[in-house]
Design a protein around this ligand. Structure first.
Ligand code: TYD
Length: 205
């Protein structure tokens, strides 16, 4: 039996896919229903996660492999830290919702690094639930552009297409017990939100 973290919900998707919006809406819903949950994200806000963000902002430069290791180090701390570790929280039967998890590394870092290396350094426990907000690359790019975050749209398009392919490949062979929902991110936000809620509530979440 694979190691699966109970009531751990992971949201994945391309940049601009709308995962953060969906997470905030789900959190608001749990809040309203007085469900206990813990909201978190990767890269985390820990010192390692902050270093990752500095690399993304081009304030610190390193190799793609070192960045992949930093993501993995941030994740290890995120899971096993004594003070804020996800593993302990799930053992205490709390719902944990994370904006990204190791599938992001499989999808993104495998574009520039050896996919086997990325798999190897990401041998982490699986979440019980994965919600993949699948939004067409062109739509993601439009949203990113509106936020004023990205300029090299052409390179970005090819890159995100590869990331999407890597995600889909990774989701083809999930361990038994890991439940995957693919949400159509091109639909209106409220519709996607309702589908996600309905899906989770079918598992009493
Ligand atoms: P993101 O959650 O989009 O951060 P923000 O809310 O600041 O926009 O994540 C930052 C970027 O990091 C995003 O492009 C995806 C990428 N990423 C990886 O490449 N590998 C990973 O393992 C993770 C967690 C994120």
């Amino acid at each position: 039996m694979e190691n699966i973290l109970k009531s751990f919900i992971v949201f994945e998707g391309l940049d601009g896919a709308g995962t953060t919006t969906q997470i905030m809406n789900l959190a608001r819903y749990y809040e309203f229903n007085k469900r206990e949950y813990f909201l978190t994200r990767e890269p985390t806000d820990s010192p390692i996660g902050q270093l990752v963000r500095k690399v993304l902002q081009k304030k610190v430069s390193t190799t793609p492999e070192a960045l992949a290791l930093l993501y993995a180090a941030d994740r290890h701390d995120h899971l096993y830290s004594e003070s804020h570790g996800i593993v302990r929280m799930t053992e205490e039967d709390r719902i944990v919702i994370s904006d990204r998890y190791f599938y992001s590394s499989i999808a993104y870092q495998s574009v520039e690094c050896n996919p086997e290396f990325i798999r190897l350094i990401n041998a982490f426990p699986s979440p019980e639930f994965i919600i993949f907000v699948d939004t067409p690359v062109d739509e993601c790019l439009e949203r990113i552009e509106k936020r004023g975050e990205e300029k090299e749209l052409f390179d970005r398009k090819e890159f995100l297409e590869k990331v999407r392919e890597n995600y889909l490949k990774a989701f083809e062979k999930l361990p038994d017990g890991v439940k995957l929902m693919k949400a159509d991110g091109s639909k209106p936000i409220a519709e996607v939100e309702a589908e996600i809620r309905k899906w989770l509530s079918s598992f009493s979440l």
